[in-house]
Design a protein around this ligand. Structure first.
Ligand code: ZN
Length: 141
């Protein structure tokens, strides 16, 4: 466990630096980065930008059949970040029937699956709950 921790934090830096390509023509952030803007069709005219980890659920589905290592049923959401990028990922720390349109979420590093005995990490979306955040602030004081 202790030997896995440094790797975990190294990965967290890479994975949670959510980096996309901001189109210099229309300003839309494309994620993942691509050669042609999904919004205006401009080609190869991007700058790398760090994407906000906070956003709101645009839409979602509840998946009942998933690859091994992923608990089902689990919601999969399309999230619009505060800075206008659109991301897709699993929702965590949330009951399937708790997901809502416009639900505020934040991207957090979590296990996303297992392959050949190795655990894969990636970002998932966690609901931003006011009660939990208030409790966290009280415990940090
Ligand atoms: Zn564009």
């Amino acid at each position: 466990m202790s030997s896995a921790l440094p790797e975990f934090w190294r990965l967290s830096e890479e994975l949670l630096e959510l980096v996309g390509g901001k189109c210099k023509n229309c300003g839309k952030i494309n994620y993942p980065q691509r050669k042609i803007c999904a919004s205006c069709g401009a080609q190869g005219n991007f700058e790398k930008v760090k994407i906000s980890r906070r956003g709101k659920v645009h839409t979602y589905v509840v998946a009942h059949a998933l690859p091994s290592g992923v608990e089902a049923p689990t919601p999969i959401a399309v999230v619009d970040t505060d800075d206008g990028a659109r991301l897709v990922g699993f929702v965590t720390e949330c009951e399937p029937d708790e997901s809502k349109w416009e639900m505020p979420v934040e991207a957090v590093l979590r296990k996303v699956g297992e392959q050949d005995g190795r655990v894969n990490y990636g970002f998932k979306f966690r609901p931003i709950r006011l009660n939990r955040d208030a409790e966290k602030q009280r415990s940090e004081v």
